[in-house]
Design a protein around this ligand. Structure first.
Ligand SMILES: *Cc1c(COP(=O)(O)O)cnc(C)c1O
Length: 354
């Protein structure tokens, strides 16, 4: 660190993203990307004609993309916010609402919540998951604080029912409830139908997982028009051209060909169940996931050791060192062929352990 930096950042622990190794080719099951490429229309839309316009700024209002998304989800454009990855929405929301009365989120969840909590010096409480790694909805009711939950949660993959999410929103009418639905397309129930009903709800989504555009950086949120105006205030005060030209074009084309992605999500959910069954047959404990990953551990092998051995053999999964979950690995669901290689590799490692 330099001697010039504000000392308030001295103890900030930054977010550590999953590895993106550039050295050799891995079966990459570590950052919940889609194993499928973007749809044909996206590949066609991001063409040399669009590249040749990169001398010009992008539309700061993202008019075409916003209208396309609003139509697709049956919303008004005034209820839609677009961001450079959904991390940006989380950032803005913590900035806007975190210091009003403090914040609450689960102790085991998306790592960025805590990072933003620290970055903005927010008084936050990390609520422990239950022994079965579930969110206990009662812990989030009547909190009078900024409530953040991921549904399905990460890295557990466990989802709450919509009625339970609604109860949480309903009991927090005077503070914001942000529902991070990064993985909702893989089988959970979305809260977007509640946007018209509750002015304290923000639903946060991303193109990174279910729409094969992690590298394009595109997130979106639905909320009341007043909350969208809050988010726009911060966006326009930091980076009004937050969505680049190519990403706007790609995002629009993707929504116009949405059945491609929803079919891919169905396939991934099927392969998830297949992989979970096989792991259970090998003696693993697998949490019941509604996401594009599973969280699993085995009593005969240390989580960190399994991660390292898989990596040695060319399969990357995500391991977290936090004590409560260090025996687990989070395994992104790839194609059936990738998961068969993963399962064979696990089998080999388990046999070597004996
Ligand atoms: C991946 C992820 C995000 C962030 O995704 P972006 O790539 O920034 O859109 C947000 N929340 C959760 C729970 C995630 O897993």
């Amino acid at each position: 660190m330099s001697r010039f930096r504000d000392s308030k950042f001295s103890s900030l622990k930054e977010y550590v993203p999953g590895e993106q190794p550039q050295d050799k080719k891995y079966i990459k099951l570590n950052t919940n990307e889609s194993p499928f490429p973007p749809s044909p229309s996206v590949i066609k839309a991001v063409n040399s004609e669009e590249v040749s316009k990169l001398n010009l700024y992008s539309d700061p209002e993202c008019k075409v993309l916003k209208e396309t998304l609003a139509n697709h989800y049956g919303m008004k454009t005034e209820n839609v916010f677009l961001s450079n990855g959904s991390d940006e929405i989380l950032n803005f929301a913590f900035m806007l609402y975190g210091n009003v009365n403090g914040a609450v989120f689960p102790d085991i969840s998306y790592g960025f919540y805590k990072v933003f909590g620290d970055l903005y010096n927010i008084n936050y409480e990390e609520i422990p998951l239950t022994d079965s790694f579930e969110i206990n909805p009662e812990d989030y009711k009547n909190r009078n604080r900024f409530v953040v939950i991921a549904n399905p949660n990460a890295p557990t993959g466990i989802a709450l029912e919509l009625s339970v999410v609604e109860d949480i929103i309903k009991s927090n009418r005077d503070n914001i409830v942000l529902v991070d639905e990064a993985y909702v397309d893989f089988g959970a129930e979305s809260a977007i139908g509640l946007i018209g009903k509750y002015d304290n709800l923000i639903v946060c989504r991303t193109y990174s997982k279910s729409r094969s555009l992690a590298g394009a950086r595109l997130g979106f949120a639905f909320a009341s028009k007043e909350l969208i105006a809050d988010l726009e205030l911060i966006r326009n005060s930091t980076n009004p051209y937050n969505i680049n030209r190519l990403t706007q074009v790609a995002g629009t084309a993707a929504i116009n060909e949405d059945s491609y992605y929803m079919n891919a999500c169905k396939e991934i959910s099927k392969v998830r169940e297949y992989t979970a069954d096989k792991l259970i047959a090998l003696g693993f404990e697998v949490l019941p996931s509604k996401a594009n990953f599973i969280f699993a551990k085995h009593k005969d092998i240390d989580g960190g050791e399994l991660y390292l051995k898989l990596k040695e053999k060319g399969v990357l999964v995500r391991h977290f060192t936090k004590e409560k979950i260090c025996q687990f690995n989070r395994i992104t669901i790839g194609t059936k062929d990738q998961m068969d290689i993963f399962l064979d590799t696990v089998k080999t490692i388990m046999e070597e352990e004996k």
